[in-house]
Each structure stands twice: as C-alpha cells, then as structure tokens.
Write a protein that binds this ligand. Structure first.
Ligand code: HEC
Length: 143
C-alpha cells in the first residue's frame, strides 16, 4: 500500500515537472553539461529488454514520437530513470534491475536519435545526472 502511494506520487511529481512550466525545465537543463553517453551494445541489450518487458503496452514508435520528444527532451536521464524504474512495467513496477533500466534508457536514447559513444551510461547518479536527453525536439530551443 505504502509502495503504491509512493509510486504514484513520484510519478505525479515527475510528470508535472516534465509537463509543466519552463522554470523547472530550465533549472534541470542547466545541470547536465556532459554530452549524453551510452554504448551500442548497451542499447542492444536495452532493446531486448524493452521488447520483452515494455513492447506489449508501448509500441517503440510511441517512445520516439514528437510527444515523447517534447515531454522528455532536455530533461536528464535521471528523470526518465526515476519514472521508469518506479512505475514500470506497469503491472510489476521496479521489478527489473538497475542495470536493466539503464540499458532500456540507452535504447530509448538511441531510438530518439542520440548517437552511441564509447562510455556506457551507468546507474550511478553522477552518470544519470550528467546525461541530458537532447532529442532535438522541433519546438525546444537548442540550448
Ligand atoms: C501493462 C502495460 C505496460 C507495460 C508492460 C509498461 N508500461 Fe509504461 N505505461 C503504461 C501506461 C498505462 C502508462 C501511462 C501511465 C500514466 O501516465 O498514467 C505508461 C507510461 C509510461 C511512460 C511515461 C509516459 C511517456 O510516454 O512519457 C514511460 C516512459 C513508460 N511507460 C515506459 C515504460 C517502459 C520502459 C516499460 C518497460 C520496462 C513499460 N513502460 C512497461 C503501461 C505499461
């Protein structure tokens, strides 16, 4: 019971941050100053996990749609990590390992056109906070 409540409130908080006003977005954008980084093999593993744990409810096209880019573009990998790892998969929230959630985020980055590099994205908060999701959403400003 307590867990359900906290999943809901974390999700509500993050969604309102993601959807709401420009001020928190600007603050969050200012934190990440390192180019986003993940590896190809990480994204491949993430794709496998996505296909087994997420695809039944989320077509991959929905995870790279203009709406998705507008909602998450410019935020930190940490924001996506927090919401996915505490609320998804919907019927078993938090059931995957930290590394698996991170690999799924790498896949989502790739799906949204962020090129792979040589340094993996890791579950430690420094890496997640340093990684900004630049999806090149048409309506967001470049910086
Ligand atoms: C049983 C169906 C189901 C499964 C499986 C599932 N989700 Fe979801 N997901 C949902 C629903 C329903 C919502 C909308 C919840 C809301 O906003 O109230 C959602 C919302 C989301 C969102 C936020 C909305 C957005 O598009 O920005 C993300 C991100 C997400 N899911 C990622 C995942 C990932 C990653 C997985 C696999 C680990 C996953 N989901 C597995 C049903 C599912």
């Amino acid at each position: 019971m307590r867990q359900r409540t906290s999943f809901r409130s974390v999700r509500a908080l993050l969604l309102s941050l993601a959807l709401a006003c420009p001020l928190p977005l600007a603050t969050l954008r200012a934190q990440g100053n390192v180019p986003p980084t993940y590896t190809d093999s990480q994204a491949l593993r993430g794709r496998d996990w996505f296909e087994s744990a997420c695809l039944s409810c989320h077509p991959s096209a929905a995870m790279s749609s203009p709406d998705f880019k507008i909602r998450w573009g410019g935020l930190l990998a940490r924001d996506l990590y927090e919401i996915i790892s505490t609320t998804m998969p919907q019927l078993e929230p938090g059931s995957l390992s930290r590394r698996t959630y991170v690999d799924i985020i790498a896949y989502l980055m790739q799906l949204n056109g962020i090129p792979a590099g040589t340094t993996p994205l890791t579950a430690d908060s420094a890496s997640l906070v340093a990684t900004r999701l630049h999806f090149g959403a048409p309506t967001s400003s470049p910086r």
